[in-house]
Every structure is written in C-alpha cells, then in structure tokens.
Design a protein around this ligand. Structure first.
Ligand code: NOJ
Length: 528
C-alpha cells in the first residue's frame, strides 16, 4: 500500500503551460522561462497553485520536446538551467509550485544513450531486434550496430528498455525487467528526478507512464516499477508528486502515482469518460476516438453518466491514496472552445471542473476561452493523422490587443504557431477589465474552492440529478447545478431547503426546492 500524497496536493489548482506558446520575453517568437516568470503575478491573481511545464529539455523538437536529447539540461530556446531555477524561486515566493514533464518511456534518437547503443551490440538501454528479423514498426539502426530498434511513439523516439513482462521464443531479444539495461534505465529515472527536485521543482507529470514494461498484461510489471520508484520518492523527496499520463486513475494511482489524468484515451473505455464529457471532434481525435456527443453539448444530446460511472469506479478504487485529475483540455486534444461549442457554453464547464472532487487542470488559455484552431500546418510533430492535428491546442497565448496579442514582439511569421486570426479573439487584458468575463468567473470559482474545503478534491459528493441539469451536493451543504444545454431545464431537490447563491447565472432554487436552470445556466449554492 502506498503512502498518502503530500497534503498540498489536495488543494492544488493545476495550470498547464506549453512553454513555447505562453510568453516570449526575447522576441524570437518562442516562449521562454523569463516570459513565464513575467506572468507569475497574473497566475497568482488567478489563484493557480501549481504549474506543469511541458518538456523544456534539450531536444531536436521532432515531437515538440517529447524527444529528449539531454534530460538534465534545458533547451536553449527557453533559457538556461539557471533561468529555470530563477522561475521556480519566483513562483515559490508567490506560493506556486512547478512540475516538469518526465518523459520516462523513450528518448530522442539524438540522445547520447541512443547513439552509443546504436554503435554497441552489447548495450541494452534500448530494445534491439537482430538484423535478420524486423518486427512490425521497428526502425533501422542508424549506427554501426546491425538490426532494428523499437520506437515508443514517433520513429525518432526509441523506447527505453524497461524489459518485458514475459518471454516469447519468437522474440529472443526480450529481456526481463531486472536485466542490466532495464535496471540502468530505472536508476536513470531516479537520477533525473533527483537532479530537478534538488532545484526546487515540486514533481513531475510523467509522459506515457503506462508504456514502460512491454507486453505487460494488466500493466502488472509497470505498476511494480512505479511502486518501487514511489517508495524511493517517499523517502528521498516526500513532498514531491508524480502525476501520470495514463488515462486510467483507478489503475495508475494504485500503481504508485499521486494522481492521474482522465484523458481522451486510457482505461477500460479507452478515454470515453472524458470524451463523453467535453472533448469535441474538432480535429484532435483519431478515427477510433471519434466521440459520442459530449455532455457539454448545446443540443443536450449527451449524458454525464459515462463520466460519473467511471469517476465513481476510479474513486472507489483509489480511496485516499491519490486523485483523479480532470483537465479542461491539453496539448494533445481539443480545447474546451472547439468545434460547435461557443463562449456562452464555457462557464458551466468550469463550474463543473472547479466544484467536482477531482484535481482541476486548466490548459493555458482555456480560462479565457481560447479557441482550438483547426487546419494548422504540421509543426514539430503536431499532426498525428488526417483527423488528428494537435497544433490547434498549442497556439500562442492571447494576452492583450498589442502586436501578436502580447505574446511576442517578434515578427508574426516567426511565432511558434500562428495566432487565432479572429479580430474578436479573447484576451487576458480585456477579460481582466470585465468582471463579467470568463476569467473572473474562473478566478472566483478557484477562490471559492480554496475557501470551502467541501467543494475541494477530498470532500464527498452526492449526485441528485444526472441529466440536464446536473445537480449534486458537495459535502454537507453545497448544491451545484449546471445545465450545459441551451434548452431551459428543471429539477427538484429531495427536501425543502433554503439555498443562497454563492455564484450563479440563470439558475434559481425556490424554498420548496424547485430548480430552474436557463440554457447554459450554472449555480453554486449554500444551504442555509
Ligand atoms: C504524450 C504527450 O502528451 C504527447 O504530446 C507526445 O507526443 C507523446 N506522449 C510522446 O511522448
């Protein structure tokens, strides 16, 4: 049984920063650490407690930095290791923790471990098949070593060898998890974590955490590996956390993670719980992930039940050992504002995210309703298929109405990705000046969540109505109502209670418990 997560995690409000797209301090068109540092006061104003920065390490950037060539040195385009340390210090002074991205399952094909391995038939840090046998998907050795290597994602991302859960006579190169190469890779994960945690980092989001041990039915050996690392972390860095990209909190937390994201993939239903909530088919889903109509759908054609059932099952399994994390979106799938979803639909989604007993993770820009931009050209591996373009969720942050929306002083054609060309694109400055804006609502909801433990990740929830509207009670005396549809909806509380609104728009509750919810209405109420 794993230990409890550090207490700070229960109150975390996570914010994902795609470093190349957040704030560019030196005018080269790409965001950097100094740019992030300049925005920390803003993030503190918003109420963010923890930022997660996507991979910012030395890389040839064939997968936007998820192809790491040196785990211990940051990419010059973001600054220096010293700049990152300064950012972590500044953030800490504002009560904000910083998580990095640990790309555990693979490296870049430019990493010295790989170039050495491609020249040395005795090296087993990667998975090599002999020359006379090419298994599907394996790539040709780029070095003097004959044979083929196994990639983990793109061909330029060779899988680190953490061993196989079982042998196969047809694949005699399979090594057990405790062979020398796999053990060296386990140790390397500790070394990487040690290095960054010593700098004051608060932990890691772990990329493709389920991918480590190959041919591992039920992820049994992968779970043992993470449990072992968690045991080490508990002793060496007890305040540090690991949040996994697994997509199956009920499996990942018992495996040793402090939290795991609901994602567009993963788990028994291959990501359906999140996709059924608010991911739209706007260009960041592959064919097999084509979503059901999400619950946050103006036509009211979805149901919250798929998510609620999966969340309940995960939570019952996890208990107090950790958390499920609910992202507004991320750099791999559609933003909340995508496809047919309009700005008026976003507040109810944030009310749900920020009052549900999961850890909220806001993808930069979602808090102002930045739109997913379809049809952008492939950049640094953003396009994964004809219907799967991740670039639209990675465009530059829209700060204000100045040049390049305040993201960069560089020329527009040098920006990391194009800006939303809409003249009415939302910006932080315009929304901060307007108390009725989405960002002010998000800020008030975060403040309310922090001030009210019964609205947080650890308190109980009872769902009273799982349709349009969705009605639930948090703790002993908070009632939340959201109606993601455009059609007005009604429900009734089981008892007559007097409720006062803490945050509401278009939702009323009478003293006899009748709930009226306007289209796209929401409300957080306290029972008097
Ligand atoms: C998941 C990351 O989120 C994604 O952006 C990346 O391309 C793959 N893992 C490979 O590292």
């Amino acid at each position: 049984m794993t230990s409890s997560p550090p207490a700070w995690l229960a109150d975390a409000v996570l914010y994902q920063i795609y470093p190349q797209s957040f704030a560019d301090s030196d005018g080269d068109g790409i965001g950097d650490f100094a740019g992030i540092e300049q925005k920390l006061d803003h993030l503190a104003w918003l109420g963010i407690t923890t930022i997660w920065i996507n991979p910012c390490f030395t890389s040839p950037f064939h997968d936007a930095g998820y192809d790491v060539a040196d785990f211990l040195t940051v990419a010059p385009r973001y600054g220096t290791n010293g700049d990152l340390a300064a950012l972590v210090d500044s953030a800490g002074r504002r009560g904000i923790r910083v998580l990095l991205d640990l790309v555990a399952g693979h490296t870049s094909d430019q990493h010295p471990w790989f170039t050495a391995s491609a020249g040395d038939p005795g090296d087993h840090r990667y998975i090599w098949a002999p020359e006379d046998l090419r298994p599907p998907g394996y790539q040709p050795s780029p070095g003097s070593r004959p044979g083929w290597y196994r990639p983990n994602f793109f061909p330029s991302q060779p899988a680190l060898n953490f061993g196989y859960a079982r042998a196969d006579p047809g694949e005699p190169w399979r090594l057990p998890v405790d062979a020398e190469g796999p053990r060296a890779n386990r140790q390397a994960l500790r070394d990487i974590m040690d290095h960054w945690l010593a700098l004051g980092l608060a932990g890691f989001r772990v990329d493709m955490a389920a991918s480590l041990v190959k041919d591992d039915p039920g992820h049994v050996e992968t779970a043992k590996l993470w449990t072992e690392l968690r045991g080490w972390l508990d002793g060496a860095h007890p305040q540090a956390v690991l949040l996994s990209e697994w997509g199956d909190p009920g499996t990942a937390v018992p495996a040793g993670f402090h939290g795991d994201f609901f994602l567009q993939f993963g788990g028994d239903d291959d990501g359906l719980p999140l996709r059924s909530l608010w991911n739209n088919d706007a260009g960041t889903v592959s064919e097999e992930w084509a979503p059901a109509r999400p619950y946050f759908d103006a036509e009211g054609a979805g149901t919250p039940q798929t998510f609620l059932t999966a969340w309940r099952a995960a939570t019952d399994t996890i208990g107090d050992a950790g958390f499920a994390v609910l992202p507004s979106s991320n750099h791999d799938f559609s933003r909340l504002a995508c496809g047919p979803r309009t700005a008026e639909q976003l507040p109810a989604a944030f009310v749900f995210q920020l009052t549900w007993p999961t850890l909220p993770a806001i993808h930069y820009g979602d808090e102002i309703g930045m739109r997913y931009l379809p049809g952008l050209p492939d950049h640094e591996g953003s396009v994964l298929g004809p219907r799967y373009n991740r670039a639209g969720s990675r465009t530059p942050m829209q700060w204000d109405s100045s040049t390049n929306a305040g993201f960069s002083t560089g020329p527009a054609d040098r920006l990391y990705l194009p800006l939303d060309p809409d003249p009415d694109r939302p910006t932080v400055a315009a929304q901060r000046a307007d108390e009725t804006s989405l960002i002010h609502l998000v800020r008030r909801l975060i403040a309310l969540r922090k001030a009210t433990p019964e609205l947080g990740a650890s308190a109980g929830v009872k769902v009273l109505c799982a349709g349009y509207p969705l009605v639930y009670v948090r703790g002993s005396r908070y009632v939340v109502v959201v109606n993601p549809g455009r059609t007005p909806a009604t429900a009734t509380l089981p008892a007559e209670v007097r409720c006062s609104a803490l945050e509401a728009s278009g939702v009323t509750i009478t003293d006899s418990g009748d709930i009226g919810a306007a289209g796209f209405g929401y409300g957080v109420f306290e029972v008097e």
